[in-house]
Design a protein around this ligand. Structure first.
Ligand SMILES: [Fe+2]
Length: 465
């Protein structure tokens, strides 16, 4: 019997990326794959491919003013105990990296009722998005290289329509041309919580950028863009949603996996907002607020738009699993720990080989201080329709005023753990379920959460006023 020939994923060929990652596979279970990346004929003495140590990274050289194509030839042979070795296979990859100063764009939508929409990409496969409406235009993010001239391209595509620039968050691959726009007098918006991150990457934004908050709206004439503050990836991460289409522009705030660079860094950075229990709360709050209206999700790096709700189902489930069951359900990263900026674990749901809407999250600090899954009595969100909570919901705050000008109110409690039990005025209710209640001025609603091990209880008190 002969061992099956090794194969690779993604398939060999030409890629226009700064780098890709290759998985070697074999149809004979338990077979060892010996490989080389310098074109040498592989032998049984060649290194053994170990996926648990990370996929094989192939990177292109990068130059300031010219495109570079880097060819890598992987040769592999598989062998299984008691079987004849496979034939050797050869996989040739050409990775072309654009000049650092070059921008390509794609027309995503043009000549329709809503604003024209373009995706602009730089050498680093960073994705920027440009809406050109009938009254104003909006550019989301500015890309990596400070030496480029993205503004000229944006000016051309805007055709004289005045525009604003939104920085999704303060990481270098999104912000580094911001100053070019500020110098030209273009209004640039970024959540000020991310300003402290910029010096970590040797960047300083010029005075004159505008702080932007949750709830901000960009009215472009024929499209309206709503902004949501969703901390986690960074403290100031902002997500933009086109109200009419449900298109969601999440940059890195909801992950940025892609076929060629799976489990790309996300919340492994060491900021207090990036623990999984906190991120889950932010995702659930964002999903409650958008109420299943999202259609396509455009991240800051994905090659293609994702099916927003399918992807968010996977993302939420991946993180929920860890919050429910603890660190033991985390899996090893697909790339090396060094490449993942120190993260060695991912929360994951589905599979990158067959599912474009799979979700994987690099994890740094897993839980907030004192968080124990079986002792979890937190609510992640109390949603109110026809009314509002004061102060704004925070899972550590347990007393609220519930205001409403209607005869009834709809309440939705979302528990942090799917293993906990929720009671409303002593009667068990289901997490995420809408509950219609008469609004009775002066009455009190008590939401009590019992921990998964039923040893702890926490009460949230809502007084109707
Ligand atoms: Fe980022």
């Amino acid at each position: 019997m002969k061992t099956a020939n090794p194969t690779c994923f993604p398939r060999e060929g030409t890629y226009w990326f700064s780098g890709i990652h290759v998985d070697l596979q074999c149809g004979t279970p338990e077979a060892e794959i010996h490989y080389t990346v310098n074109g040498d004929v592989p032998t049984l003495e060649s290194p053994v491919y170990q996926r648990e140590l990370g996929l094989i990274p192939l990177e292109s050289e990068s130059k300031l003013y010219e495109s570079v194509t880097t060819r890598t030839v992987i040769r592999a042979i598989a062998v299984s105990e008691g079987m004849e070795a496979s034939d050797p296979e050869t996989f040739t990859f050409d990775i072309t990296c654009d000049a650092r100063t070059k921008y390509r764009y794609h027309v995503l939508r043009q000549g329709e009722a809503l604003a024209d929409l373009y995706c602009i990409q730089d050498f680093d496969t960073d994705k920027m998005f440009l809406f050109v409406g009938t009254e104003r235009a909006l550019l989301i993010d500015t890309g990596y290289d400070p030496d480029g001239d993205m503004k000229s391209l944006v000016d051309t595509l805007c055709r004289g329509i005045p525009y604003d620039v939104l920085i999704s968050h303060g990481h270098p691959d999104h912000v580094q041309q911001a100053n070019n726009f500020i110098r030209a007098g273009i209004p640039v918006y970024m959540n000020a919580k991310d300003e402290a991150l910029l010096p970590l990457f040797n960047y300083t934004i010029l005075d004159g950028y505008h702080d932007i908050q949750d709830g901000a709206v960009f009215d472009l004439g024929n499209s309206v863009i709503d902004l949501y503050h969703v901390p986690g990836h960074t403290p100031g991460s902002m997500i933009a949603v086109e109200r009419q289409s449900g298109f969601c522009f999440s940059s890195d705030a909801l992950g940025s996996n892609r076929l060629e660079k799976p489990d790309t860094g996300w919340i492994q950075f060491d900021t207090p907002c990036c623990t999984l229990d906190r991120v889950l709360a932010q995702i659930q709050k964002f999903r409650w607020r958008t109420q299943g209206r999202l259609t396509k999700l455009f991240s800051g790096h994905n090659t293609y738009a994702l099916e927003a709700e399918l992807y968010l189902d996977n993302l939420e489930a991946a993180i929920q699993d860890v919050v429910d069951h603890g660190e033991s359900v985390l899996k090893p990263t697909l790339r090396s720990t060094e490449e993942c900026m120190g993260s060695s674990q991912i929360a994951v749901r589905s599979n990158y080989v067959y599912d474009p809407d799979w979700a994987a999250v690099n994890v740094g600090t897993v839980f907030s201080d004192g968080f124990i899954p079986k002792k979890n009595t937190d609510l992640n969100w109390i949603g109110v329709k026809n009314g509002s909570l004061s102060p704004a919901f925070d899972r550590q705050t347990t007393e609220y005023t519930l205001e409403c000008s209607m005869p009834s109110v709809i309440l939705t409690a979302i528990a942090s753990s799917t293993q906990s039990t929720i009671y409303l005025n002593g009667k068990q209710i289901t997490s995420k379920q809408d509950i219609l209640l008469d609004f009775v001025h002066g009455e009190t609603l008590t939401i009590e959460v019992a921990s998964p091990d039923n040893t702890l209880r926490k009460r949230y008190i809502l007084t109707m006023k």
